[in-house]
Ligand binder design. Structure first.
Ligand SMILES: [Zn+2]
Length: 443
């Protein structure tokens, strides 16, 4: 009897303490640089994928490109017993909406949904962009291969679908090619509105935009570092929430930032050779990307991107000037690096889609006490919960304690004033939800 008890305890311990899962290593091994290279070549060879370009030709323009992307998703789906729901999601954008829309255009996204087994209406999204541009954003006829910006992100998204479609996940995964990015983030806006209308419970979007350049314009060469951009707090927060932050913290703990920390942690756990670099801002200085419309709609979203950009190879007419080869062409892309960043996406999609949802509400207390107490909502599918904390100046959740299947806990000997805290739900195989920053207080 005693032995059985001991063995049970040991097994539980193993399960709960499992820091890694073989499935994730298998996913890492399955991502192919060669397939990503072929797909970038195919996309670049459509000549231009400008949002306003030709849609009738089967060899040139954005119409041909999106039909090819759809056919790839359809092929992948055929090979997994129709595990993907593939469709176009489109919106008309009228001439003059901004200066870059010089004629009426249907902005068409290509969506592939891998439906979750347990939480079918809960979604984690990976996106790349279909469209490209040259120096003049309204020039929709010149050659615009957009090999890095953003055939790399698009090819990575297709490759992630190939690899992950071999698995089943509890939550749904969406792979999407968005259009209209260069004209004003129209595709993301359209899909975010569609998601709201359908009542999708979106965990977040991993927006991949330029994941294939390792040689910076400043000469730095680095094939290990990449950036994760995340805004500090949602733009949709209320005045009341803003005011509460002054007293309880949370200035750097919005939902997108927690998603960024999750990606940082998963990468460090499974791909320790990589250097994920969290950048504490929405996007690059004064510049934009397709996660923003999702943030605008109140969803978590981050941008995954190379660390070192080369400005002579983005948004440029193809030309040689003063010995410099301008243009976003195929030969400049590093496919092995694009593979690494695709892998970062794949393991995070798999981890999030394998984990239970986050607790909806987390309360914290401990004012003038030598301990911190927590209460949270039960999460369907969680086997336990983990409390995380960190120094107020630390970017990452450095300390944690697994507390089992309870919905309240007191951390003794820790003073609430000196740390930031969060709670995550833990699932069957040790997969954890994204950390939730407390949204209520109690005494
Ligand atoms: Zn761009």
């Amino acid at each position: 009897m005693k032995n059985i008890f001991k063995i049970t305890l040991l097994l539980c311990g193993l399960m709960i303490n499992a820091q890694t899962d073989q499935k994730i290593y298998d996913i890492i091994d399955a991502v192919s640089a060669e397939r990503i290279k072929e797909d970038i070549k195919t996309l670049a060879d459509f000549g231009t994928r400008h949002t306003l370009s030709d849609t009738l030709s089967n060899t040139r323009g954005i119409g041909a490109a999106r039909r090819w992307i759809k056919s790839e998703f359809d092929d992948i789906s055929n090979r997994c017993n129709n595990c993907l729901e593939v469709f176009y999601q489109s919106d008309l954008v009228e001439k003059g909406t901004n200066q870059r829309i010089v004629h009426d255009v249907m902005v068409v996204n290509v969506v592939a949904i891998q439906r979750g087994t347990k939480y079918p209406n809960r979604f984690i999204i990976m996106s790349g962009d279909i469209d490209s541009r040259v120096s003049n954003p309204t020039n929709f006829t010149s050659d615009s291969p957009g090999a890095n910006d953003n055939a790399s992100g698009m090819a990575g998204t297709i490759e992630a679908a190939r690899v992950l479609s071999k698995y089943k996940f509890e939550s749904s995964v969406i792979y999407v090619g968005l259009s209209g990015e260069e004209q004003g983030l129209f595709g993301g806006k359209g899909l975010a509105a569609y998601a709201k209308e359908k009542g999708w419970d979106i965990v977040g979007i991993l927006n991949n935009d330029m994941i294939g350049n390792i040689k910076g314009v400043d000469g730095v060469i680095d094939n290990r570092t990449f950036r994760i951009f995340s805004e500090p707090v949602p733009p949709t927060e209320t005045e009341r929430e803003r005011n509460a932050r002054r007293f309880y913290g949370g200035e750097v703990d919005g939902i997108s930032r927690q998603l960024a920390r999750y990606i940082h942690k998963t990468t460090k756990t499974y791909m320790p050779e990589m250097n994920p670099m969290m950048v504490y801002r929405l996007d690059r200085f004064g510049r934009g990307g397709h996660h923003r419309p999702f943030n605008d709609a109140g969803f978590a979203g981050i941008r995954i991107m190379e660390a070192h950009e080369n400005y002579t190879q983005q948004h440029q007419d193809i030309r040689t000037e003063d010995g410099i080869n301008y243009g976003d062409t195929f030969e400049h892309v590093n496919f092995d690096y694009a593979k690494k960043l695709t892998t970062v996406n794949a393991i995070n999609l798999a981890s999030i889609a394998s984990a239970p949802p986050t607790p909806k509400s987390v309360s914290i207390g401990g004012i003038v006490q030598p301990s911190v107490k927590f209460k949270w909502d039960t999460v369907d599918g969680a086997v336990g919960y983990k409390i995380y904390w960190r120094d107020t100046t630390s970017p990452t959740w450095d300390h944690s304690r697994y507390v089992g299947d309870v919905t309240e806990f007191t951390l003794d000997g820790i003073v609430v004033d000196n740390f930031f805290f969060g709670v995550a739900a833990v699932g069957m195989d040790g997969y954890e939800s994204i950390v939730v920053f407390p949204n209520k207080t109690f005494r």
